[in-house]
Design a protein around this ligand. Structure first.
Ligand SMILES: Cc1ncc(COP(=O)(O)O)c(C=O)c1O
Length: 468
């Protein structure tokens, strides 16, 4: 089956630009922003219903974050981490460790999600080198996952369309993949949730055994799968089961919370609410850490991993020029303080649940135009997705352009930013339309109502435009 055309003719921006953009169309330019509103260069005000890419968590121009950045600029803007540390980096690290309630003992900072996952892999490799198990060279991750856009993180993850252009360069000798934990698509009709989890656990154990259990570094998963399949939480008991396999064979249990972490699911860490409460040995976070005010990611490690390194070299044999950058750390520290002091996790849990109820009503309620095609509405906290399915839709013609991308473009033209994604509904990456909503944790009830109404309207207008 051919992959859906995700891009053609959307929207035909003609603005001249010297940037090699990552979209075939030229995106409009943001000129200013406040809260969840962004004003474009042409003066049009749009609502960002997805926080960019689930990044902006305290909204734009939060006064406390702005002040923290300004204060830090006045103190020190840069030091190189192999010569000097800095106060905001030390404070931010302390905060991440203290708020983990014992789950993590040490952490480090990088510039984003891909670097965080690269660091996670190198940390895990170093750990086994230092504790005298250098034979461990293999990672096991999952199909339909995303862990970053570098060649190593593309090798680790399995996002069919993002891997495709680099297939020849990807490492296939140290990275292996097991099934996604995606009940709505892959649980068998005659299987209970428990049996489904057991099947996935067995598959992981079989993969360990096939590779040689003492060659496996760890199992790596997004706690809630983000952009690949559209906010897919695992079935209950899944992470507990997967961790039990890692523990049995002395491997590491590793979570990627770049997208789902730092409050996005309504708890500071997604595993606290959507991962059976099972803390990982190593974790990556990024987007919600700096909330868009800074390019920052972090890797967090448990006492077990920290002790392994302390008993060995005692330092991380990996790093970057901008690791622990003071302005980025000051911004992230302020973002995290705002989340706590303004009780934003509680707010996003409440507003997120309200968004879900409005989506259910608007997309699946009586006489809802989208009802026959709304396959699933799922998520939690401030991270929601609607998955559409047009398998039986003979009355619609999308003219070769994926529905999700049509809705994204249509919504933007009508002043709503949402994220359309394709290819998450089958293992080949050739089927699936889902749209992600991930507003800032500061979002109000009225803003949620606007977002839901505008989104449902966009979906319906695209359906009408494409009906034959
Ligand atoms: C789960 C996950 N891991 C890693 C990344 C890569 O992060 P970045 O784009 O900041 O490099 C992303 C980005 O979307 C992500 O969703």
């Amino acid at each position: 089956m051919a992959a859906p055309n995700t891009t053609a003719n959307i929207p035909a921006g003609k603005r001249p630009t010297a940037i090699l953009h990552r979209t075939p169309w030229v995106p409009p330019v943001a000129a200013s922003a406040e809260g969840i509103y962004i004003t474009l260069e042409n003066g049009r005000k749009v609502i960002d219903a997805v926080g960019g890419a689930a990044v902006s968590c305290v909204g734009h121009r939060h006064p406390k974050v702005l002040q923290a950045i300004k204060d830090q600029v006045d103190k020190v803007s840069y030091v190189y981490n192999m010569q000097l540390s800095n106060q905001p980096a030390e404070e931010l690290a302390k905060r991440l460790i203290v708020t983990s309630n014992g789950a993590f003992e040490l952490c480090g900072f990088v510039s984003g999600g891909t670097e965080a996952m690269e660091s996670v892999m190198k940390l895990a490799i170093q750990y086994y080198g230092e504790i005298g198990q250098p034979k461990r060279v293999n990672f096991i991750a999952r199909r339909l996952s995303f862990h970053g856009n570098s060649l190593s993180t593309l090798s680790l993850a399995y996002h069919p369309t993002r891997r495709a252009p680099y297939a020849q360069q990807l490492n296939t000798t140290n990275f292996y993949h097991v099934s996604p934990a995606y009940a709505k698509r892959f649980q068998k009709p005659d299987e209970t949730e428990e049996q489904y989890v057991e099947r996935l656990r067995q598959e992981l154990e079989d993969t360990f055994i096939a590779l040689g259990p003492d060659t496996v570094i760890g199992f790596v998963a997004e706690t809630v799968v983000g952009a690949t399949t559209g906010v897919v939480p695992a079935p209950k008991g899944y992470f507990k089961a997967m961790k039990s396999v890692c523990d049995k064979y002395g491997a590491l249990f590793i979570l990627d919370e770049v997208m789902s972490g730092m409050g996005r699911m309504g708890t500071l860490h997604a595993w606290q609410s959507f991962g059976d409460g099972v803390a990982p040995d190593i974790q990556a976070v990024a987007k919600g850490l700096g909330g868009g005010y800074a390019t920052i990611g972090a890797f967090l490690m448990s006492k077990k991993v920290a002790d392994g390194l302390r008993a060995g070299s005692g330092f991380f044999k990996h790093g970057h020029t901008y690791q622990g950058q003071p302005l980025a750390c000051a911004a992230a520290l302020a973002v995290q303080e705002v989340i706590e002091s303004e009780n934003l996790l509680e707010n996003i849990r409440v507003q997120g649940a309200y968004l879900e109820s409005l989506l259910q009503k608007g997309l699946r309620g009586p006489n809802a135009l989208a009802a026959p095609y709304t396959f699933d509405i799922r998520g939690g906290g401030g991270f929601w997705a609607v998955e559409f399915d047009f398998s039986d839709a003979a009355n619609l013609d999308f003219k070769g352009i994926a529905f999700a991308m049509r809705v994204q473009a249509h919504a933007l033209e009508h002043s709503l930013v949402v994220m359309g994604m394709t290819g998450g509904s089958n293992l080949e990456g050739t089927k699936g339309d889902h749209i992600i909503l991930a507003p800032a944790y500061t979002v109000t009830k009225e803003e949620i109502e606007k977002i839901a109404a505008m989104f449902v309207q966009s979906v319906e207008e695209v359906l009408r435009e494409c009906s034959i």
